[in-house]
Design a protein around this ligand. Sequence first.
Ligand SMILES: Nc1ncnc2c1ncn2[C@@H]1O[C@H](COP(=O)(O)OP(=O)(O)O)[C@@H](O)[C@H]1O
Ligand SMILES: [Mg+2]
Length: 326
Amino acid sequence: MKIAFVGKGGSGKTTLSSLFIRHLAASGAPVIAVDADINQHLGAALGLEEADAAALPALGEHLPLIKDHLRGSNPRNSSAGTMIKTTPPGEGSRLLRVQEDNPVYDACARPVELDGGAVRLMVTGPFTDADLGVACYHSKTGAVELCLNHLVDGPDEYVVVDMTAGSDSFASGMFTRFDMTFLVAEPTRKGVSVHRQYKEYARDYGVELKVVGNKVQGQDDIDFLRAEVGDDLLVTVGQSDWVRAMEKGRPPRFELLEEPHHEALRRLRSAADATYARRDWERYTRQMVHFHLKNARSWGNERTGADLAAQVDPGFVLREGVTAPA
Ligand SMILES: Nc1ncnc2c1ncn2[C@@H]1O[C@H](COP(=O)(O)OP(=O)(O)O)[C@@H](O)[C@H]1O
Ligand SMILES: [Mg+2]
């Protein structure tokens, strides 16, 4: 299951994704945690010391390796140089599984021990000014998108991505790559402003979107969120002393997290798991091709000097059970 946490800076994306990751790990589920947020804090929120978090390998710096691995023997991608972040898999491409060892995880993922077991953590690396503009080919999240487009995940295994709701994710199609998107919103006008924009994009592409109200203090806050986002509101959570203690560098055992927060996390998981029955690999593949052609036209062809539409394998559908070459 591919799950994104999006929202405004400061809304609590990193906090809630880290709690959700801890919840999954505590249940024994395999998890890949991905930090694709502008402010790279997921490692720290998962309990890494500052020096260890800073030493994590950046996905963005391993793009050539990632592309070379994924293209495998796909004749439509005979060189990594013409692969862009939206280049779709086809016959001969190597696909990724959540539970396996492969050169991409070897280079880019690091284990993080949590109560209940280790998760794999991957980070995009810190964003620079150039990443925040419109220069698509600089996109720090490009490596994440490539990986998601080559990932065949089943139920009960999870990829959780902490990311921003930036325009780059709408232009590239990144926002369509998830089984479930949790939009974290504080009960303020600013907090819910992202929802309106996200919902429009989401509606056009059949994206499953639910709002998680955060830093909610009482009924008035809940009423406000309900009035603003309607049925999209899935759960609300309040301030957590457990989180405060963790941020002081004194992380209590995860089971000591406040019970209402545990209950909220169970509801997030149920909502995410429930989408599996509606998963549609053909649509997933169609959407990646759609955004690839769009990016090819708007900058990719010019940038690479190649006709990137030729990378599309018309007969290929990404799905569970496809066998990939070694
Ligand atoms: N439910 C919560 N309880 C306590 N502190 C919280 C909660 N949600 C967020 N915070 C605090 O608010 C700040 C911003 O949260 P963060 O998760 O870093 O936001 P974002 O990733 O969206 O920028 C952090 O200091 C975090 O610890
Ligand atoms: Mg964050």
